[in-house]
Ligand binder design. Structure first.
Ligand code: GDP
Length: 310
């Protein structure tokens, strides 16, 4: 049994990872700003605001075998408004965590890095060697954290980064386009909502299934040597593809009759296309995605239907 600390344990990824680790009989601790998201039985919760110093002290007192850093301001768009908070939580807090782990024998650190570090990527698909050129405060803070992981790894800390592409599940909030689409399609099909307002329908993303990405984080923590890994499906779809698939699932073929484009949701600096090459993770970790695009959409739509019927 290992002692594990997961920051952001009540979020989408944190809750899936906690379920996996509790089931594997580990002692699981987690930080959260509030416990009202997805709490998992068997996790010891530590209420902590990562925008303030404190995580280093918690790491020193708990002495975990593994720290998974999943806490973040998660909205790329929102990071333009919450730029300082994003810098503190997605960037500065990581420096406090890594400094607390320096010199601690046997301790491991796994960072949830992001495809947003590549900004509007200069090559397709992206790999661990693609130039880092963020185009949002979110991407810049994640890029800083990503660099720090490399700095501390060079200085002897066992620290790895997973460059995670978009990964979805019914635990996504509606601030993300996938859940916004599935929840709206279901409400529209039941006559509870008139139309769906979206931003750029042509943006292309490499959408994967969140539990698969959490499995990758777990494999990284157990691997022999620390490193950076792109975690992606290698297949991209447009926002419009996602809309069409979700509406088809609820029996609506003419989705265009219900969807409008609003300036409110168009982002400046939005990457037109993100798609990752996870060959290195496949080779080193034996990791591969198990759930494809159609199944992700179906799972999310069916969950939203069940929620409303209940
Ligand atoms: P992100 O990639 O982590 O920011 O995940 P999102 O789900 O928020 O956005 C994915 C893509 O969907 C981006 O290219 C957005 O510009 C695009 N998009 C289009 N319309 C919307 C919308 O109404 N809401 C959100 N969140 N994204 C939208």
């Amino acid at each position: 049994m290992s002692r594990i600390l997961i920051t952001g344990v009540t979020g989408q990824d944190g809750s899936y990872l906690a379920e996996l680790l509790v089931a594997a009989d580990h002692e699981v601790h987690g930080t959260s700003l509030s416990a009202d998201e997805h709490s998992v039985d068997g996790v010891e919760l530590h209420q902590l605001d990562l925008s303030q110093p404190g995580i280093g002290g918690l790491i020193r007192s708990l002495a975990p075998d593994v720290v998974y850093n999943l806490a973040a301001i998660s909205s790329v768009y929102g990071s333009w408004q919450k730029h300082e908070l994003t810098a503190r939580i997605n960037g500065l807090a990581v420096s406090e965590m890594l400094a607390a782990l320096q010199g601690v024998l046997g301790a491991r650190f796994v960072q949830a890095s992001s495809a947003e570090i590549f900004g509007a990527p200069v090559e397709v698909p992206q790999t661990e060697r693609t130039p880092i050129k963020p185009t949002s405060p979110y991407g810049a803070a994640k890029a800083y954290a990503h660099s720090l992981v490399n700095v501390y790894r060079t200085a002897g800390v066992w620290a790895s980064s997973c460059i995670l592409y978009n990964h979805e599940s019914p635990r996504r909030p509606e601030t993300f386009v996938t859940r916004k689409i599935t929840a709206s399609a279901v409400r529209i099909s039941l006559g509870l909502q008139g139309t769906l307002e979206l931003g750029n329908l042509d943006a292309r993303r490499d959408w994967g299934w969140a539990p698969d990405y959490v499995d990758a984080l777990y494999r990284v923590a157990q691997s022999n040597t620390p490193g950076d890994y792109v975690i992606a499906t290698g297949i991209d779809h447009s926002v419009q593809d996602f809309v069409a698939e979700a509406f088809a699932r609820v029996g609506i073929s003419d989705w265009r009759a219900y969807v409008t484009v609003s300036d409110e949701f168009i982002r400046s600096g939005d990457a037109p296309r993100q798609v990752g090459d996870a060959s290195y993770a496949r080779e080193k970790l034996g990791w591969a995605p198990t759930v494809g695009f159609e199944e992700i959409v179906a799972n999310m739509v069916d969950h939203d239907l069940e929620l409303l019927r209940a």
